[in-house]
Write a protein that binds this ligand. Sequence first.
Ligand code: NAD
Ligand code: TYD
Length: 340
Amino acid sequence: MNIIVTGGAGFIGGNFCHYMTKKYPEDTILCIDKLTYAGNLETLAPIMDKPNFKFFQADIADREAIYKIFQEEKPDIVVNFAAESHVDRSITDPEVFLRTNIIGTSVMLDACREYGITRYHQVSTDEVYGDLPLDRPDLFFTEDTPIHTSSPYSASKASADLLVQAYARTYKLPCTISRCSNNYGPYHFPEKLIPLIISNVLNDKKVPVYGKGENVRDWLYVEDHCIAIDLIIRKGTVGEVYNIGGHNEKTNLEVVKTVLDKLGKSEELISYVSDRPGHDRRYAIDPAKIHKELGWLPETTFETGIQKTVDWYLDNRTWWENIISGEYKNYYEKMYGNRG
Ligand code: NAD
Ligand code: TYD
């Protein structure tokens, strides 16, 4: 089978390309990535020369480029990870989120209609459900929770989900959608919370915690997300949405303190900074459907996953130092220079 993976030079798409090329040597993984600030070919270096892997630099919103790839490669399955993914950037500059996350998704869907596929899978997020109150630990997002977005990022991802559902119904395109909670693990760009903590601490910099650090996220080790998507594209029911998460809720402060502890550093490195506008309070997934229908459960506990992640960043300093010495540094100054 030929499987297109968009956004494969990013965090989760990159991990998915590693996972799939190793698990299915008989399939060909066709990675499409624009290589924005978040795309990094060093993430793909270990698999770039594998016979079952091909890389195409292209923008998913560029119809001509995408159609050409479909025409030449005749994909069977498309997994769309490509997105602008950082909430803080979406607050500063929403427009590119609309172009990539919505228009890009529509181009991918049109290409699937035009050339025919057996499955289109949209990688979405639990953020489309909005947030839950901190004082109601009994509440969880299910697939039936109404869409109710907070940030330009989540609004763009929700719009993409609606388009996918519209194409599934109107054109009978065989689609599935997964909505996952916060991922962590290797190759995570150091603008997101966990890699930011690790890289800052290793550079003796303060760790910025928004507000009081009370917001809650449901953390999932990235490989568990890859396993879930692989199951959905092979065994999931066309037309369905699957929530992916692991009942692994932590406040941001708990996460920061755990990482500081693993690195043997003092909590004095914590710097409380002004809160993110519209900051979602709590995300929490109910993964009962994917467990019941596809037998999926997360395999990596937070304790194991966070240790593996910290070890990976210690062993792969060049990977993240190369990022920080580039464009990311300007971004860091812009976001945090006058915060605090
Ligand atoms: P990321 O920012 O690390 O990677 C995104 C990748 O997409 C990059 O390689 C980038 O170059 C590429 N890209 C961006 N615009 C593109 C375009 N126009 N055309 C082609 N490629 C483009 O993101 P991530 O954290 O790996 O997230 C991947 C997907 O998973 C996204 O759709 C995101 O919404 C979703 N998701 C992420 C999380 C999380 O915790 N990171 C949780 C749930 C869902
Ligand atoms: P992030 O990794 O940006 O993911 P998301 O916003 O998609 O959940 O942020 C995770 C949580 O950490 C979120 O509540 C915001 C918070 N946060 C900080 O407190 N400090 C930071 O420097 C960053 C990047 C995030």
